[in-house]
Design a protein around this ligand. Structure first.
Ligand SMILES: [Zn+2]
Length: 267
């Protein structure tokens, strides 16, 4: 079981029917806001073309981000609450990129690799498939049929590409201001994600690890799953239709949920 994902610099070229769509949050073609309007009910992968932006994925290729940019960006996304940041690069650069990121103390299991490898048919890169390092998904063609005779990029992704952790990319009806407010509240979401999942990182102090363990125990008694914790926070937010969530709104919602569990939302 795999997922099919489309991307294009022109969202009008994207046909319906894929499992997922990818788009950019900065650079010359900022397609991600349009994807959220068109395909809000599906898996969406946001891409930054430089380290100045936060996103699900960093685009590492000539003219965009570099291998040496990757470790600090990945760590920043982890602090922001992204469970498993994604790196996009050519199959030929994958080994060098992985070595750079692992060399900075980030395990391969802590980030997703989305490779680009054309001319070998539909496949996910790996030693047994094409000889390049194992990827979590591969953009295998840039000539898949798009709308109105266009050609678009098509990827095949492992089934668990989007799953397994608290999602920070819902809910469907937030507008751009809401999303900016949520992303601005990086510390609260980072803390929430770790407390909800009960995970600790090597960068945490002993006190922070103890706080995560205590918060997770309390939250587990309040709500049974990480997804339910996230849902509780969303439910505590004021309506998005009221004119855009503020950072204070998000902080208040996180604090309300943690208060119900007898915890403070900071380490
Ligand atoms: Zn390959």
């Amino acid at each position: 079981m795999t997922l099919r994902m489309y991307d294009s610099i022109d969202v009008a070229h994207l046909p319906p029917g894929a499992d997922a769509y990818a788009g950019y949050v900065n650079g010359a073609w900022q397609t991600f806001p349009a994807l959220r309007r068109l395909f809000a009910q599906l898996h969406l992968l946001s891409i930054a073309v430089s380290t100045s932006a936060d996103a699900d994925c960093l685009d590492i290729e000539a003219g965009d981000a570099t291998n040496s940019d990757a470790p600090a960006w990945v760590k920043r996304q982890m602090r922001r609450g992204e469970p498993r940041p994604c790196l996009y690069t050519s199959a030929g650069n994958a080994a060098a990129l992985i070595a750079t990121v692992e060399g900075a103390g980030i395990a391969r299991s802590q980030f997703r690799l989305w490779s680009a490898h054309y001319g070998e048919g539909k496949h996910i890169c790996g030693p047994g498939a094409c000889g390049f390092p194992a990827a979590d998904g591969t953009q295998w063609t840039d000539t898949a049929p798009g709308r109105n005779g266009s050609e678009i990029d098509e990827s095949v992704l492992r089934d668990g590409f989007f799953g397994g952790s608290v999602s920070l990319t819902g809910p469907e009806h937030w507008d751009d201001k809401d999303w900016q407010a949520v992303s601005a509240h990086g510390i609260g979401l980072w803390w929430l994600a770790h407390a909800a999942a009960g995970t600790v990182t090597s960068g945490m102090s002993a006190q922070e690890k103890a706080n995560v363990a205590a918060a997770h125990k309390a939250l587990a008694g309040l709500v049974p799953t990480p997804a339910a914790v996230a849902a509780a926070v969303v439910a505590a937010l004021p309506p998005a239709a009221a004119g855009g969530l503020t950072q204070a709104d998000v902080e208040a919602a996180v604090e309300a949920v943690f208060a119900r569990a007898g915890q403070q939302p900071s380490a």
